[in-house]
Design a binder for this molecule. Structure first.
Ligand SMILES: [Ca+2]
Ligand SMILES: [Ca+2]
Ligand SMILES: [Ca+2]
Length: 187
């Protein structure tokens, strides 16, 4: 019985993880995230378009919880585009004003790295990146910074229950199969 139960759970876990092996769900907002390598330098705009084409958007980080989860899930060793940008018509300085999220979500949390944002050397640094040199702290970068080859896509609370049975339903199904097998063995 116990072995059957464990086997059922293993199959369930295998099934649920194989659907989107690269995607991770943050259980606080139930959103899914995937770190994508372009394999070559990619502009912020190209990354933004790619994220939309995938049915998501460049990741938006609204809290310390989301920032911490993203860094612990995807690491701090890469330069990664995310979904923040600065209105190009916004006067600068101040460098930290006029920022917004691609989704229109409220911009009221920031995790700037030391000295950022800064329009470094007078460049138009108006796009948001998780910066390797700041251990994942944010940096404002120019749209075509050649160091950036990764981008993080987020899918908002997608309703996977429409296509895949809910985990609890699968669990109950597995348990009922175990019980039936157990009863038929006894009979
Ligand atoms: Ca988000
Ligand atoms: Ca700027
Ligand atoms: Ca900067």
């Amino acid at each position: 019985m116990k072995k059957l139960f464990i086997a059922s759970i293993s199959i369930i876990l295998l099934c649920s993880s194989s659907a989107n092996a690269e995607r991770y769900t943050w259980d606080v907002n139930n959103n899914q995230y995937e770190l994508i390598s372009a394999g070559a330098p990619i502009t912020w705009h190209a990354a933004n378009n790619a994220a939309i084409a995938l049915g998501g958007h460049l990741a938006t980080i609204l809290s310390a919880g989301e920032q911490d989860w993203i860094l612990s899930t995807f690491g701090t060793s890469k330069y990664i585009w995310i979904g923040g940008f600065q209105d190009p018509s916004h006067p600068e300085p101040p460098y930290d004003s006029g920022w917004q999220w691609v989704t229109g979500e409220t911009w009221d949390y920031t995790a700037w790295g030391p000295g950022e944002p800064n329009d470094f050397s007078g460049q138009n640094q108006d796009y948001l990146v998780l910066w390797q040199n700041h251990n994942g702290g944010w940096n404002d970068a120019i749209y075509n910074d050649s160091r950036i080859t990764y981008f993080l896509v987020e899918w908002d609370n997608i309703e996977i229950e429409d296509v895949i049975p809910e985990p609890m339903s699968i669990l109950l199904l597995a348990v009922s199969i175990c019980i039936r097998l157990f009863i038929s063995k006894k009979a």
